[in-house]
Design a protein around this ligand. Structure first.
Ligand code: NDP
Ligand SMILES: O=CC(=O)O
Length: 368
């Protein structure tokens, strides 16, 4: 999907400044240009929300982010963010740093504190966040927590009403997403599922890939915010399609990591240097950023957590359920899932998913 950027070149000099007057060094040029166009009143492209059927109408950024006052009928969007784990915290942080009016909530309140210091507001329940915001994002661990936060007691749905939107960016299965969608939409609000591809570093750098599905008008009004947090976005149609796309991608990723782990250990066992294997792979047709990023630390048996192993196993489990639902054989993913289960049983749930290699070491030790 191409982003269309209409730039007024006079506002984009060699050093592009954010509204907070800091150089945007970690953002891509296209993102910086898009942000520049957002803040420059002379550019034809401006992320003001379009008026839609259910009157979702707002501008993307708070007034201090713009050099001119907004028209009187536009108020700055109030953005809610629920779930401040490895992914949610940097995503919310990027919204705040871009000048958005952000209200946060997290089950463990202490994780809100760094964001409050950056200017976020705080509410003590998902319901209160949803009631006080125009669009609420949720980044929760798994289907159970996503349902609980959206539909449980004092959940977001209780604070939703017509004119509001709920964007669930958690990785869940289609059935869960449809359940949340129906609860949210029964209040008159709009729903978008938008799981992300990309891990901790892309979340920090605003380089995530959004896989969205659901209410198209919410997709359009949320686009300026998705573009702050991500580098691309796909609109895939009906609720369930975004979840399915995410699960297929992560099914492939989990199998790739399991296979890479076998290769590293086999190379070592036959007397090769696994670091050289990582280098060889990086130069050939099977190279992937994941191998180059994770390989060197895996060789040292280090697994600093970016994507928790428990979440990778959850995604494999959900992907296998998806495959089962259409009778698609997925023997490789099924075998990989077993390996992640072994890793979990050895206490590796909260390590990075690359720690799955330890499950193979355990097996080797048990056999010898
Ligand atoms: N890390 C990654 O690289 C990526 C992760 N994802 C997906 O994004 C989602 C979040 O991942 P990540 O940030 O890594 O996960 P974390 O485990 O770091 O964070 C999980 C979040 O869910 C909250 N949570 C868990 N259980 C409950 C519950 N019962 N009620 C309320 N809140 C709950 C946690 O709250 P608390 O702080 O209180 O524990 C925390 O805010 C997952 O679905 C994951 O699969 C997608 C792409 C990449
Ligand atoms: O879900 C994990 C990712 O890296 O994407």
């Amino acid at each position: 999907m191409a982003k269309i950027l209409m730039l007024n070149s006079s506002c984009c000099s060699s050093q592009i400044l954010s509204p907070h007057k800091t150089t945007i060094s970690s953002l891509s040029l296209s993102k910086a240009m898009a942000m520049c166009s957002s803040f420059c009143p002379r550019t034809p492209f401006h992320p003001r929300a379009i008026k839609h059927q259910n009157s979702l109408q707002f501008k993307a950024f708070s007034t201090h982010a713009s050099s001119t006052s907004p028209p009187k009928d536009e108020t700055p969007a109030r953005i809610g963010f629920l779930g401040l784990g490895i992914m949610g915290s940097p995503m919310a942080q990027n919204l705040i740093k871009s000048g958005c009016d952000v209200t946060v909530w997290n089950r463990t309140k202490s994780k809100c504190d760094p964001l409050i210091s950056l200017g976020a507001k705080y509410k003590s329940s998902p319901e209160e966040v949803a009631a006080s915001c125009d669009v609420t994002f949720a980044m929760l661990a798994d289907p159970e927590s996503a349902v609980d936060v959206a539909c449980g007691k004092h959940g977001a749905a209780s604070g939703m009403s017509s004119g509001k939107g709920y964007v669930d960016v958690s990785t869940v299965d289609g059935a869960t997403s449809k359940l949340i969608s129906s609860q949210i939409r029964s209040t008159g609000a709009l729903f978008l599922e938008a799981p992300v591809s990309g891990s901790k570093k892309p979340a920090e750098d605003g380089q995530l890939i959004f896989l969205t599905a659901g209410d198209k008008s919410l997709y359009e009004t949320s686009a300026p915010f998705l573009d702050i947090m991500g580098k691309s976005r796909f609109y895939l149609g009906d609720v369930g399609n975004g979840a399915a796309m995410k699960l297929v991608v992560n099914m492939i990723m989990g199998s790739m990591m399991a296979s890479f782990s076998e290769g590293l250990l086999l190379s070592e066992k036959v007397g090769l240097d696994p670091s050289v294997l990582v280098e060889v792979i990086s130069q050939g047709a099977i190279s992937a950023p994941m191998y180059s990023m994770k390989g060197p630390s895996m060789v040292q048996s280090l697994y600093p957590t970016a994507f928790p192993l428990k979440h990778q196993q959850k995604d494999l489990r959900l992907a296998l359920g998806l495959a089962e639902s259409v009778s698609q054989p997925t023997p490789i993913a099924a075998a990989a899932n077993e390996l992640y289960k072994v890793a979990k049983s050895h206490g590796l749930s909260d390590q990075d998913f690359s720690a799955v290699i330890e499950a193979l070491k355990v097996r080797l030790q048990q056999r010898t």
